[in-house]
Design a protein around this ligand. Structure first.
Ligand SMILES: Nc1ncnc2c1ncn2[C@@H]1O[C@H](COP(=O)(O)OP(=O)(O)O)[C@@H](O)[C@H]1O
Ligand SMILES: [Mg+2]
Length: 318
């Protein structure tokens, strides 16, 4: 399988208002292949959103990529000297955000918003853009496309607004879709419908997906590979089967245990809290919460171990 999106040793640093620094990404290596759906999971604050923001150059104020490379189809996206990024954003890579209503402009009708994205990127006319919007709404099984296209975001339910965001992300047929918790604010039934739509469209269009969620079950449903992040570090990566059935990293194992207990309505989380990111760890970021900690964990950052068939884990136990 051909690699589509590649992150190599990605480091991000943010300068804070008080003159301090935060290091939310500390050397992320991640590959998304063609026609592949990859999930990114991990507790809140582990760097999932920051990873997507780095790819799309949407880092918070004071943030910058300090090391590493980001490539799409072998072309550097993070090279400030070239204009590759401007050319591919929207056309080859696009993103679906967590809050569907605020991701839309309140001032434009749905049809105009979809049409404008198409016109801006593809140089189409107003008529072509509007037709494209209607076609797409139809393709997403949105009934009464004509009527919906004339509505405004505040007149939509969250589920419908997220379908519109999916339409906007797909309008130029990108190969690579990024999605950051796209169904988190929706009720369970709508959540499943929107996920099915996303997954279905991605496969129909031969696109790839990098899907961020704190919900392991959702990721298990739609992704064939999964990365587990913690403290700005990729702890484990493998097929959904590797991660959900035979996880090797203690962090992944604890995360799954907690998700399983959560099924019985007894909400549980891993004791302790996520590490401060005010320095480069140098050691395993999970060591102080880990119930399988070894003496060596106090002295050495575990290397990335290749277990088998691209299943990797960053732990001294491997
Ligand atoms: N604007 C910001 N300034 C400083 N630190 C930030 C900012 N935004 C996020 N962070 C820090 O970056 C880390 C990763 O955040 P994020 O990628 O949003 O986590 P996740 O999406 O996994 O919940 C967090 O520890 C957070 O505190
Ligand atoms: Mg996030």
């Amino acid at each position: 399988m051909k690699n589509l999106l590649e992150l190599r040793n990605l480091h991000v640093q943010i300068g804070t208002m008080d003159g301090g620094k935060v290091f939310p990404l500390q050397g992320i290596d991640l590959i998304v292949g063609e026609n592949e759906a990859v999930g990114l999971v991990g507790e809140s604050g582990s760097g999932k959103s920051m990873t997507l923001r780095a790819i799309l150059r949407m880092l918070p104020r004071g943030g910058q990529q300090t090391e590493g490379q980001i490539t799409l189809n072998g072309n550097r996206l993070d090279d400030a000297a070239s204009n590759v990024f401007e050319k591919v954003r929207g056309r080859q890579i696009s993103m679906i955000f967590q809050d569907p209503v605020s991701a839309l402009s309140p001032l434009l009708s749905i049809g105009d918003q979809i049409s404008d994205v198409y016109r801006y990127n593809m140089g189409a006319t107003k008529t072509e853009g509007w037709q494209r919007a209607l076609d797409l709404l139809g393709a997403l099984s949105i009934t009464g496309a004509e009527k919906v296209a004339r509505r405004y975001p505040h007149q939509m339910s969250g589920g419908m607004a997220q379908r519109i965001n999916i339409a906007m992300a797909l309008v130029c047929e990108p190969q690579m879709l990024l999605a950051d918790e796209p169904t988190t604010g929706l009720d369970v039934t709508t959540q499943m419908q929107v996920l099915e739509l996303l997954s279905d469209q991605m496969r129909k269009r031969d696109a790839s997906l990098l899907f961020v969620s704190h919900d392991l079950r959702v990721v298990g449903k739609i992704c064939e590979k999964v990365g587990v992040m913690y403290g700005g570090v990729l702890m484990e990566f493998g097929t959904s089967n590797d991660i959900f059935v035979s996880p090797r990293h203690p962090y992944t194992q604890r995360l799954l245990e907690c998700a399983r207990i959560d099924v019985d309505d007894e909400l549980k989380s891993i004791p302790g809290s996520v590490p401060k990111l005010d320095r480069i760890h140098g050691l395993c970021p999970f060591r102080n919460r880990c119930n399988r900690k070894l003496e060596v964990c106090n002295h050495e950052m575990p290397p990335i171990a290749l277990l088998d068939n691209n299943h990797i884990s960053r732990c001294h136990h491997n």
